[in-house]
Design a protein around this ligand. Sequence first.
Ligand SMILES: Nc1nc2c(c(=O)[nH]1)N[C@H]1C(S)=C(S)[C@@H](COP(=O)(O)OP(=O)(O)OC[C@H]3O[C@@H](n4cnc5c(N)ncnc54)[C@H](O)[C@@H]3O)O[C@H]1N2
Ligand code: MOO
Ligand SMILES: [Mg+2]
Length: 431
Amino acid sequence: MIERRKPISVGEAVQRIMEWKKYGDEEYVSIEKSDGRFLSQPLKADHDVPHFDRSPYDGFAIRSEDTDSCSNEQPIQLEVVDEIGAGQVSSFHLKQNQAIRIMTGAAIPSGADCVIMLELTSEAEKDGKKFITIKRKMKKGENISFQGEDAKKGDKLIEEGTKVNPGVKALLATFGYNQVPVVRRPIIGVLATGSELLEVDEPLQSGKIRNSNGHMIISQVERAGGVVRRYGQCEDHLEDVLKTVQLAVEECDFVITTGGVSVGDFDYLPEIYDRLGAKKLFNKIAMRPGSVTTAAVCNGKLLFGLSGNPSACYVGFELYVRPIIRYWLHQSKPFLAKGTAILQKDFPKANPFNRFVRSQLHYGEGGRLFVSPVGLDKSNVVTSLAWANCLMVLPGGTRGFKTGDLVDVLLLEDETGSDVPWQESKKSSKL
Ligand SMILES: Nc1nc2c(c(=O)[nH]1)N[C@H]1C(S)=C(S)[C@@H](COP(=O)(O)OP(=O)(O)OC[C@H]3O[C@@H](n4cnc5c(N)ncnc54)[C@H](O)[C@@H]3O)O[C@H]1N2
Ligand code: MOO
Ligand SMILES: [Mg+2]
């Protein structure tokens, strides 16, 4: 007797998964190795930036009051008593009618309260002394980059859970983080099941295909911020797959398998979960593709049984595995960011279930966002995955959509994310 599975909604599936979410521990890595890692603490300024008043220009540090009577008709002369470059501090205290030649980034000398740009001065030498002529009145504080104008000591500058990118790295370096506190990445076991699977370097054989899901999932895990422990591929052999999954549960934080979750004779994952004594969370979701996406918990660890069909596998990962990884990495917005875009092609298929269509977003006329489905909308296709940068969400219970309709899209390459676990899309929305 075939088991009749009762589909649950996408929202319910997300909720059941998130009940098992965990927060990753902290570890320290050198700043050189911190790219792409997620901060385990917020970054607070422990000093002002800059921490001294400095010059934003090459020019002369002067006293504004000396220029009070100065104009085009009444130029003044100041004596140049010192010269400093960035990194130097002048030992002079500026007195009446004196100037110090200063380069961009150098500390404002004591006594000075403004900087005049080099281009607004002319230089001359008299009796072995240097002078500048100024034809312009200067204001107190003019052309000074003030202490703390960039950041004040105590300011919270970056949230915990932020991914280290080049800009974040600049701040880490500014505040002296030689060792950076980051979240330990979750170790995720990945196993592809299927007797039809060839390794990527094997020539094609009749009836067999190369294991694309294994490589795709590894890449999805890494994009989400996890690390993969590879368990390669396994033939559809109950005992072998069971042993490998068992080992992966012992060695990893989460386990992902692909294939073998439906009702075929060689779909062994449901039996494997039973044999492991795992608690089943769901095995059917009202969505396409990915309706057979299965999840279970064994020894407190999540097991994701993704479909063997490439597109179903991909979508199952993004909806249910990605948020678990992002939450582990302390992200406050672990879910895929959702936006709206204008449909650029008719999509006449009825949608009994929520449908996640591999699609491409692009900016069109007037900077508006447009979306077009890419490739064949079948769960066993692989080509559309390479062309998609978003998933268009067409809600269940609709009879297709028309060019010009406003539709929801889930962004695949976005780093901002969303804190909304799931919200059903509107059944129709015209522009
Ligand atoms: N009688 C029914 N048949 C099927 C149902 C159903 O409800 N009743 N569900 C269909 C749906 S929907 C999907 S999705 C698939 C799910 O299949 P499985 O998760 O059990 O996966 P397999 O049977 O192992 O393989 C399915 C398909 O995917 C190819 N595959 C598998 N692994 C890989 C891989 N690593 N790389 C690339 N391609 C892979 C495999 O060759 C099959 O073609 O079940 C439907 N059937
Ligand atoms: O789970 Mo299947 O991918 O719905 O097609
Ligand atoms: Mg199957």
